[in-house]
Design a protein around this ligand. Structure first.
Ligand code: AMP
Length: 214
């Protein structure tokens, strides 16, 4: 399980880990965005929370995760990314896992200073045509607003706008950060990783934390 504030780089590292080590990546943020693109009822219900930087209600998230897990073979490792985000989700997950004889064995907590998180989120721009991602602070495109790779027009996620970013960070502190003590008391192995470093260095520590050094 990968815990940490928005903008800390969980998604990037999770994709790399599942690519290199093989595991099922369960990102509730990605699942919700897919539901929105497909226009499902869940996607429509989630939209107003996501656009404001608020959390989607626990019951919707737990249904989504339950459904996702039912498609994963019992022997496959699962990497949760951006889930759980509340204590109610964490206790709900325990119930779901217990039913199938599984448990959370490793929690990795990514940490970075708040100003880095704000720049990573509010500077993020992506190309809707080819999927390339840029950052106006750290990796700007050659020409402002234009994709280097395909010439498409770059867009900003609604929830990466400055006011919403502030709200997402506050929601993390209020509702998700308490999970650190929840899992400390839970018996899961917890490793803290400083995530305001080069992506390759972060990945080495991340992979070591989940028991598969690179
Ligand atoms: P993310 O891409 O993980 O930052 O998620 C984007 C948005 O989706 C969040 O700001 C929430 O509105 C919603 N979301 C994602 N995962 C969860 C979750 N586990 N619980 C509640 N809301 C979530």
């Amino acid at each position: 399980m990968l815990l940490g504030p928005p903008g800390v780089g969980k998604g990037t590292q999770a994709v790399r880990l599942v690519d290199e080590m093989g595991a099922e990546h369960v990102s509730t943020g990605d699942l919700l965005r897919a539901a929105r693109r497909e226009g499902t009822e869940l996607g429509q219900r989630a939209q107003r929370y996501m656009d404001k930087g608020e959390l989607v209600p626990d019951s919707l998230i737990l249904d989504l995760v339950r459904e996702q897990l039912s498609e994963v073979a019992a022997a496959t490792d699962v990497l949760f990314d951006g889930f759980p985000r509340t204590t109610a989700q964490a206790t709900g997950l325990d119930v779901v896992l217990e039913r199938v004889g599984r448990s959370v064995d490793t929690v990795v907590l990514f940490e970075a200073p708040e100003d880095t998180l704000v720049q990573r989120l509010s500077g993020r721009r992506s190309c809707p045509d080819c999927g390339a991602v840029f950052n106006t602070y750290f990796s700007p495109p050659d020409s402002e607003g234009v994709c280097d790779r395909c010439g498409g027009t770059l867009v900003q996620r609604v929830d990466d706008e400055a006011e919403t970013v502030k709200r997402r960070l506050q929601v993390y502190l209020d509702q998700t950060a308490p999970l650190v003590s929840f899992y400390d008391a839970h018996g899961a192995r917890m490793t803290r990783v400083a995530a305001d470093r080069d992506v390759d260095d972060v990945f080495v520590d991340f992979a070591a934390a989940v028991g598969g050094g690179v």
